[in-house]
Ligand binder design. Structure first.
Ligand SMILES: Cc1cc2nc3c(=O)[nH]c(=O)nc-3n(C[C@H](O)[C@H](O)[C@H](O)COP(=O)(O)OP(=O)(O)OC[C@H]3O[C@@H](n4cnc5c(N)ncnc54)[C@H](O)[C@@H]3O)c2cc1C
Length: 493
C-alpha cells in the first residue's frame, strides 16, 4: 500500500500538524485533520474580539527567507505566503539602551563593537546549520540510513562541519566566554533575552549550536503576515482541502484506539470514530499520553527529551495607534531595570500595522504582549480559589503595563480594549497539558525528542519534537515525521 492509498488522521491543526498533513495530502494521501477548536493555528492562531484580530501567541513571521523552511514549504505546496519583510525585525530596549535588530547588525556592532568576532562566527555557524536543515533534518538519527544522510551533508559542508562539532557540547555561555564577552553584563543580558524567547532558556544552559541559529533570526529576516499570523494555518488547511483532504473543527480527540503497537483509529468528544492507517499527533507528549492506555502513556512519557518549563502570560490590547507607532518597529522587546527575565520582568510587544484595516477599527491597533511565566503557580492559584486566580491575573496585567509604560509613556491612557490569558487559558485553547507553550529548553543537541511514540503507525509533530518551537522549527520537525510515515509505508509495501 503506497502513500496514495493511506488514510492519515492528524490530531490538531497547529502548524506542525497542518504542514505534515499538507505535504502528505500533496502526495495523494487521504488526510483528515481533527481540530478541537473552531479555528486552525493553535499557538500561531489569530482570533477575533470586539472588532480586533489578535495574534494569540506567535507574532513574528520567520523562516520565509530564500531557502528557509517556510519558503521551501510554500514552493512545494504552491502556496504564496501573504508576507512582507520587516525593515526592523524587532527593537530591543533596556533602560536607555535601544537597539534596532536589523540584517546588518549595525546598531549592535555600534553599541558592542568588541562583539564583532562573535557575530562573524555566529553567521558562519548559522549558514552551515541552515544548509544542514534544508530539505529536512534526519536528527536524531533513527537508522543507519539517517546517519549516512547526515554524514553526506556534513562531508559536503567540510571544513565548517568540523567547526560545528567543536561547538556541539558547549553552552552559549562558554561561547561568549571564548570571546571574552561573559564579563559584559549588558551584552549577556541582551543575548539572554534573545535566547529566552527563542530557545526557551538563557546562555548558561542553552546549547551553543541552538543559540547560533536562534541569534540568526533578525539577520535571516522577520516578516509581517497579512491578516495576522493565523493566515499561515488557514492557507495550509485550505491546501489540504484542495488536495482532497478534510479539516474538521470542533472535533476534540478524546481517545486513541490501538491493538498492540498499531493504532486503528481515534474517537472524538462528539461520539464519532475515525479509522486510521497512520496517525500524526500535533500534541505535547503529556497531552498525547492522556489519550492512550496507561501502559502506552508511560512509554510516551519515558521517551528521551527535555521537559518543557514555560508558559506565557498574555495581554491582548486594542490601542490608539499613536501610543506605539512612534517606535518605528512592529515588535518591541523590553527588559526591565532589574535585569531579570520572564514573569513580567521582560515582555515582547507586537502591534498590527495602521495599514491593516482588517486587524483593528480605524485609528486603533491590535497589540499582543507576552511574558514567560511558569505554569504551576497559576494552576495552584486556580485550585485555591477563583478569587486568588483573578487577583494573580490582575497583578500580572499591572506588572506588564508598568513595564510597557517605562518605554511607551501614555500607554495606559491609549488602551481601548484589554483581555489577558494565562497558562490556564493556554491549556483550554490549545489542549496543551498544564499550558506549557513555546517548546522545550534547547540545552543539548543530544537530548532531544524524536517523533516516535512507541506505536508503529503514530508519530508526534509540533514543537515538542526536534528541532522545537517556531514556525520554521515545527515545519522542519513535520518533514521528519512525513519521512517516517513514508518509511513505514515503504516497509509495508
Ligand atoms: C506566546 C508565544 C509567542 C510565540 N512567538 C513566536 C513567534 O513570534 N514566531 C514563531 O515562529 N513562533 C513563535 N511561537 C512558537 C510557535 O507559535 C509554536 O512553536 C508553534 O505554533 C507550535 O505549533 P504546534 O504544531 O506545536 O501546534 P500547537 O500550536 O500546539 O497547536 C496544536 C493544535 O492541536 C489542537 N488540539 C490539541 N489537543 C487536541 C485534541 N485532543 N483533539 C483535537 N485537536 C487538539 C489545538 O486546539 C491546537 O489547534 C510562540 C509561541 C507562544 C506561545
Amino acid at each position: 500500500m503506497g502513500i496514495s492509498e493511506t488514510n492519515i488522521v492528524v490530531i490538531g491543526a497547529g502548524i506542525g500538524g497542518l504542514a505534515a498533513g499538507a505535504l502528505l495530502a500533496s502526495e495523494g494521501a487521504s488526510v483528515t485533520v481533527l481540530e478541537a477548536q473552531l479555528h486552525a493555528g493553535g499557538c500561531a492562531a489569530t482570533f477575533s474580539r470586539k472588532g480586533y484580530r489578535f495574534e494569540a501567541g506567535a507574532t513574528v513571521g520567520c523562516g520565509f527567507h530564500a531557502g528557509g523552511p517556510m519558503q521551501e514549504l510554500g514552493r512545494e505546496l504552491g502556496i504564496v505566503w501573504p508576507v512582507e519583510a520587516l525593515p526592523v525585525a524587532w527593537q530591543y530596549r533596556h533602560d536607555a539602551l535601544c537597539l534596532d535588530l536589523v540584517r546588518s547588525k549595525a546598531d549592535l556592532l555600534k553599541r558592542f563593537p568588541h562583539s564583532r568576532d562573535f557575530w562573524n562566527e555566529q553567521e558562519e555557524l548559522s549558514r552551515l546549520l541552515w544548509k544542514l536543515a534544508s530539505g529536512g533534518l534526519s536528527w536524531p538519527p533513527a537508522s543507519l540510513g539517517d546517519l549516512g544522510k547526515l554524514l553526506r551533508k556534513g562531508v559536503s559542508g567540510l571544513p565548517g562541519t568540523a567547526r560545528l562539532l567543536r561547538f556541539a557540547t558547549k553552552t552559549a555561555y562558554d561561547w561568549l566566554a571564548a570571546h571574552r564577552l561573559d564579563a559584559d553584563q549588558e551584552f549577556v543580558r541582551f543575548i539572554d533575552a534573545q535566547l529566552l524567547i527563542s530557545v526557551q532558556t538563557t546562555s548558561r544552559h542553552a546549547s551553543a549550536v541552538n543559540a547560533a541559529i536562534a541569534l540568526d533570526l533578525p539577520s535571516s529576516g522577520a516578516w509581517r503576515v497579512h491578516g495576522g499570523i493565523g493566515s499561515i494555518a488557514e492557507l495550509l488547511a485550505a491546501n489540504i482541502e484542495r488536495n482532497g483532504g478534510a479539516v474538521l473543527y470542533r472535533k476534540q480527540v478524546v481517545r486513541i484506539d490501538s491493538i498492540r503497537r498499531q493504532i486503528i483509529g481515534v474517537e472524538t468528544a462528539d461520539g464519532n470514530a475515525y479509522a486510521a492507517d497512520m496517525v500524526l499527533a500535533d500534541l505535547t507528549p503529556a497531552s498525547l499520553s492522556l489519550l492512550v492506555d496507561s501502559f502506552d502513556a508511560a512509554t510516551i512519557l519515558r521517551s528521551k527529551g527535555p521537559l518543557p518549563e514555560w508558559s506565557a502570560f498574555m495581554l491582548y490590547l486594542g490601542m490608539d495607534a499613536g501610543a506605539v507607532s512612534s517606535t518605528g518597529a512592529g515588535h518591541l522587546q523590553i527588559t526591565g531595570s532589574s535585569g531579570n527575565l520572564g514573569e513580567g520582568n521582560s515582555i515582547f510587544v507586537s502591534c498590527s500595522s495602521p495599514h491593516e484595516t482588517d486587524r483593528a477599527p480605524e485609528g486603533l491597533l491590535a497589540v499582543t504582549v507576552s511574558t514567560h511565566t511558569r505554569p504551576q503557580p497559576w494552576f495552584a492559584a486556580l485550585e485555591q480559589s477563583g478569587d486568588e486566580y483573578t487577583q494573580r491575573k490582575k497583578a500580572y496585567a499591572e506588572r506588564v503595563l508598568d513595564l510597557m509604560a517605562t518605554q511607551l509613556p501614555g500607554v495606559r491612557e491609549a488602551i481601548r480594549f484589554i483581555e489577558s490569558a494565562t497558562p490556564v487559558t493556554w491549556q483550554r485553547f490549545t489542549g496543551r497539558h498544564r499550558g506549557f507553550v513555546g517548546g522545550y529548553p534547547q540545552t543539548s543537541l543530544f537530548d532531544v525528542r524524536d517523533p516516535s511514540t512507541g506505536f508503529d503507525n503514530m508519530f508526534l509533530v509540533g514543537d515538542s519534537v526536534f528541532p522545537g518551537q517556531s514556525l520554521p522549527g515545527v515545519v522542519t520537525g513535520a518533514r521528519r515525521a512525513v519521512e517516517l510515515v513514508r518509511r513505514v509505508k515503504r516497509g509495508n509495501a
